[in-house]
Design a binder for this molecule. Structure first.
Ligand SMILES: Cc1cc2nc3c(=O)[nH]c(=O)nc-3n(C[C@H](O)[C@H](O)[C@H](O)COP(=O)(O)OP(=O)(O)OC[C@H]3O[C@@H](n4cnc5c(N)ncnc54)[C@H](O)[C@@H]3O)c2cc1C
Length: 493
């Protein structure tokens, strides 16, 4: 392993004058390197988090990344690699440091018999589409497609575990290799076969151990997916789950706490079968891409009173539940049809969410308590989430040190809404509710976390991560304020 030569151009810009897309154009035009430090303001996808990095850089090569990481005087710390900034939590960039926007490194480098290797800025959906042209697919077809492979490798993303076949639900567990620029400027390749311990640390390391520049993911032949939506009351849902798990179904849920209702998405791979239909996934995708938020916001706009708004949302939710059960699914559906290409800027028609996961034993009591919590919170404050919460069943998974299902199979509760100040307050109360019930948050998908909540949830593993991080990054080159606060007081000796 040796340092790369540092010759390629790096595009640096004053962010208040140039957006991410003009940066991309400059990169395409081969613009010479420059640095114009100035106050930056870059928002995440839902505009709920704003970063003010001193410098934004869009590398096009590994050498560009090496140069940025190594040159501490030109590129101030912390250096934070970012993908599409879809994370609702402030885990990506930082104020005052260098934002390393990886979205220009998009090349697919190799499609092998059971793997694909691509640069860290390649989008999951783009790679999935290319794989499909080779009659192959990812093991997990996440609902979100506009995420980068770099984030897939080192931040939490998931879909409900296909327990009879692909098994794991966390996507990083299918990452079999990464190429990383470490803080000393070395470019190192790690693979699951040769470096299982490093891979365990790097998965879910959130850019704190190095900048991921290339990612290798396992793939499989395109396999048809059985999918169906079923409506239950909460009590019926609780009673149905053990049998569904015994039948090897992957479980994803939509929760309606004000209607005592659950819609369950059950899925199962059909090995050796080829897809014959798109499965009506378009309806679910349209809901998340635009129309779910659009309809509830329109209802709010036209409703003269809160009571009428609630009644209309109840009616709309009932229609959606009926529509999903009737239209979304099929015996042999196309797996990639589940992946959504979200627009870069959703404007008002966005949804926001947060999540905590709970060990399977005791989950249903927690879920019932969550339904009560939502109703009581609405009574006290008048606020109710205007979109259904969701939840995912994910199997126990020790492939990453910071896995949130490290010790048990788990199910999550992910409230969803169109946002606003009352939503932010709701999330803080929700965090207390979940932490009191021994939940596990995600560093990229759970907003308003405190150091106490993280320590309670991740305990000894958080201590281990603190020690590893201090060893891999002794000068805190990659450490953002967000993670420094959450790591506060962790012993590293
Ligand atoms: C509309 C929407 C739908 C979503 N749907 C799902 C879903 O179905 N399932 C799910 O699990 N999640 C979902 N999410 C959450 C999302 O998948 C995660 O937050 C994901 O991490 C975002 O990826 P990104 O490319 O935007 O990365 P960012 O948000 O930009 O970064 C995520 C983290 O990874 C680090 N990072 C990124 N690239 C690199 C790199 N090259 N090297 C080192 N560190 C890096 C960043 O520093 C940061 O800590 C959704 C989010 C939105 C907004």
């Amino acid at each position: 392993m040796k340092p790369f030569p540092q010759t390629s151009p790096v595009v640096v810009a004053e962010p208040e004058k140039r957006t991410r897309s003009t940066l991309r154009q400059a990169a395409a035009d081969g613009e010479a390197p420059e640095q114009r430090p100035g106050p930056a303001s870059v928002s995440n996808w839902d505009h709920g988090v704003t970063y003010r990095p001193a410098v934004i850089v869009q590398p096009r090569t590994i050498e560009d990344v090496v140069r940025v990481v190594s040159d501490t005087s030109t590129y101030p710390s912390p250096v934070r690699a970012v993908g599409k900034l879809h994370s609702p939590a402030p885990c990506s960039a930082d104020d005052g440091g260098t934002m390393l926007d990886m979205t220009s490194m998009t090349r697919i480098l190799e499609i092998g018999p059971d793997f694909v290797t691509a640069e860290a800025g390649a989008l999951y959906i783009d790679v999935a589409e290319e794989l499909a042209r080779h009659d192959r697919q990812f093991h997990i077809n996440t609902e979100i497609g506009t995420i980068t492979l770099g984030a897939i490798a080192c931040a939490a993303t998931k879909d409900s575990s296909l327990i009879g076949s692909s098994h794991y639900g966390q996507v990083s567990s299918f990452v079999s290799g990464v190429k990383v620029v470490k803080t000393d400027g070395m470019v190192c390749s790690f693979t699951e076969d040769e470096h299982p311990e490093e891979m365990r640390l790097l998965r879910l390391s959130y850019g704190l151990l190095g900048v991921v520049v290339e990612v290798t993911l396992k793939t499989q032949p395109i396999t048809a997916l059985f999918a169906e939506h079923r409506a239950y009351t909460l009590a019926e849902f609780r009673a149905a789950v053990p049998e569904l798990i015994a039948q090897n179904y992957a479980l994803m849920m939509y929760f309606y706490p004000f209607a005592d209702s659950v819609v369950l998405e059950v899925r199962r791979e059909e090995p050796d079968a080829k897809p014959t239909s798109s499965g009506g996934w378009w309806l679910r995708n349209a809901f998340w891409r635009k129309y779910g938020p659009l309809f509830v916001l329109s209802i709010r706009r036209i409703s003269p009173t809160a009571a009428i708004e609630r009644a209309l949302i109840r009616f709309y939710d009932r229609l959606m539940r009926r529509g999903m059960c009737l239209l979304v699914g099929g015996k042999l559906t196309l797996p990639q049809a589940q992946i959504i290409r979200h627009v870069d800027d959703p404007g008002d028609n966005k949804f926001v969410f947060s999540m905590w996961s709970f060990e399977e034993d005791g989950y249903f009591d927690t879920l019932e308590a969550y339904f009560r919590f939502c109703n009581e919170y609405a009574e006290q404050t008048g606020f109710r989430c205007n979109l259904p919460a969701v939840g995912y069943r994910i199997v126990q998974d020790r492939k990453a040190l910071l896995s949130y299902t490290h010790d048990s199979d788990a199910l999550s509760i992910d409230p969803v809404s169109t946002g606003g100040p009352e939503w932010e307050e709701f999330l803080k109360a929700f965090n207390v509710f979940c932490s009191d019930r021994n939940g596990h948050p995600l560093f990229n998908q759970t907003k308003h976390l405190t150091a106490v909540q993280v320590r309670k949830s991740y305990g000894k593993r958080w201590e281990e991560f603190a020690r590893v991080r201090a060893k891999w990054d002794p000068d805190d080159r990659l450490l953002s304020r967000y993670f420094a606060d959450l790591l506060d007081d962790m012993p590293i000796a």
